[in-house]
Design a protein around this ligand. Structure first.
Ligand code: I3P
Length: 128
């Protein structure tokens, strides 16, 4: 887990509010529980924060709050999905450890940006 003081500011690629649910842990299916999450893409990790109230992408700073969890993007897979949710604009993120998350936004352009940016990080890590 990324500690709150350990996030190097220069590696912060993207931050924003998405709807999130974890659907599997170590390959084992979990019950869905959608909730808004403040999502930060930093270095090789996607970091999730609770309580995104009054955050905006420009005002968020590392150290403001404590991460809820983080995901190592090395070897991860992204897939758009229409089958795993009744919501629109949903993609699945699967880690090498078999943790699966759905991420969603009502805003098409916003979720597409997240997909592309996360995929770029995964591709970069694949080339390393
Ligand atoms: C779930 C809840 C989720 C829904 C899920 C339901 O019910 O309505 O929002 O997922 O559908 O089971 P509950 O609150 O009783 O757990 P989506 O919004 O992503 O469709 P699912 O079981 O078909 O995944």
């Amino acid at each position: 887990l990324l500690g709150q003081k350990e996030i190097p500011f220069n590696e912060l690629e993207k931050a924003g509010l998405l709807n999130k649910t974890k659907i599997a842990e170590g390959g084992k299916k979990l019950r869905k529980n959608w909730s808004p999450s403040w999502v930060v893409l930093v270095g090789n990790s996607l970091v999730f924060f609770k309580d995104p109230k009054s955050q905006t992408p420009s005002s968020w700073k590392p150290g403001n709050s404590r991460p809820e969890s983080s995901v190592d993007l090395r070897g991860a897979k992204l897939h758009w999905t229409n089958e795993l949710s009744s919501k629109k604009n949903v993609f699945k993120l699967r880690t090498v450890t078999g943790n699966e998350f759905l991420l969603q936004s009502e805003t098409d352009s916003l979720i597409r940006e997240w997909y592309t940016t996360i995929q770029n990080v995964i591709d970069r890590l694949d080339r390393e």
